[in-house]
Design a protein around this ligand. Structure first.
Ligand SMILES: Cc1cc2nc3c(=O)[nH]c(=O)nc-3n(C[C@H](O)[C@H](O)[C@H](O)COP(=O)(O)OP(=O)(O)OC[C@H]3O[C@@H](n4cnc5c(N)ncnc54)[C@H](O)[C@@H]3O)c2cc1C
Ligand code: FES
Length: 269
């Protein structure tokens, strides 16, 4: 009998790579998730600790990679794990970014860059041109610059840092107005902190440009049952995590403003 996406599979960590002082990439085998599309996520169980949602960052021949930022109990614990450690996997879950054949602009912030790198790899053979804009707090936190530079060509890559240690000293949204006014794009893809996503949605909405944004919410079940990932009429795990401009317009009052907290109440972002 085929295994359902929601069935927990255990696997071993094969490889761990340091990407930045706070981000590590974990590589493992999982047949189902290795068939995932860019934008989809998995639930990763750390025995005795927690189960957390993570975007799939890369796949090939049964191998899956996720990049994890140490922010709290589960992710900090993951950063102490070694190769050979056992983890549990459910998924892949959620929808994926749609493929565009024209010109695409990708805007990533923090670990939101991970699913966009996966997308960029897949689009690179299909689109006319890819432009990547990545922002981080400092130079050390700019993720996957070499890979992005290779795929999108360095001339089509813009980086920003808040402290000015690399690229332009500003938020990632600052150079975007110019880029959006100067060039034509058939699709804008974004993933990152929700306040950033909201700003980018507003910029594209004003210019009537197509956008797809991947959202993050607290998740427990990952399959549309528990309600912890609700935003407006949507459940991010089931209806997303990728949302179109029309859907973002429907939830614009909650986007970047409030979310369901760990105790089930609405909390400000
Ligand atoms: C669809 C999806 C894809 C994701 N992909 C990635 C990824 O590729 N890499 C990655 O590092 N993280 C990703 N996240 C976020 C990741 O799931 C959280 O950072 C993780 O659950 C935090 O667990 P923790 O126990 O370490 O932190 P906690 O102790 O639970 O929380 C620590 C801090 O992180 C915040 N936090 C907790 N959960 C989330 C969440 N879901 N989104 C945003 N902030 C959160 C809390 O508000 C708190 O401030 C993704 C989340 C979703 C929903
Ligand atoms: S995580 Fe349970 S409904 Fe989305």
């Amino acid at each position: 009998m085929p295994i359902a996406n929601n069935t927990m599979r255990t696997t071993q960590i094969l490889e761990i790579r340091n990407e930045s002082p706070t981000v590590k990439t974990f590589v493992f085998t999982d047949r189902l998730c290795s068939k995932a599309k860019p934008g989809q996520f998995l639930m990763l169980w750390i025995p005795g600790i927690d189960e957390i949602p993570l975007s799939i960052m890369d796949t090939s021949n049964g191998i899956v990679s996720v990049s994890v930022k140490a922010v709290g109990d589960a992710t900090r614990y993951m950063h102490t794990m070694q190769t050979g450690a056992i983890i549990g996997i459910r998924g892949p879950f959620g929808n994926s970014f749609t493929e565009t054949r024209g010109r695409a602009l990708l805007v990533g912030g923090g670990t939101g860059t991970a699913p966009l790198l996966f997308l960029a790899k897949q689009l690179s053979t299909k689109t006319d041109r890819l432009t990547f804009v990545e922002g981080a707090k400092t130079k050390e936190e700019l993720l996957f610059l070499k890979q992005i530079g290779k795929i999108c060509e360095y001339k089509n890559t813009i980086t920003t840092t808040e402290d000015g240690t690399a690229g332009l000293q500003c938020l990632v949204t600052k150079p975007l107005s110019d880029v959006l006014d100067r060039e034509h794009f058939d699709m804008i893809y974004t993933c990152g902190p929700e306040v950033m996503v909201k700003k980018i949605f507003e910029m594209t909405d004003k210019r009537k440009l197509p956008i797809e944004a991947s959202l993050e919410r607290l998740m427990r079940c990952g399959i549309g049952l528990c309600g912890s990932c609700v935003i407006g009429k949507y459940r991010v795990c089931r209806d997303g995590p990728v949302f179109t401009g029309a859907q973002l317009r429907e939830i614009k009052n909650e986007l970047g403003t409030s979310k369901i907290g760990i105790d089930g109440s609405k909390v400000p972002i």
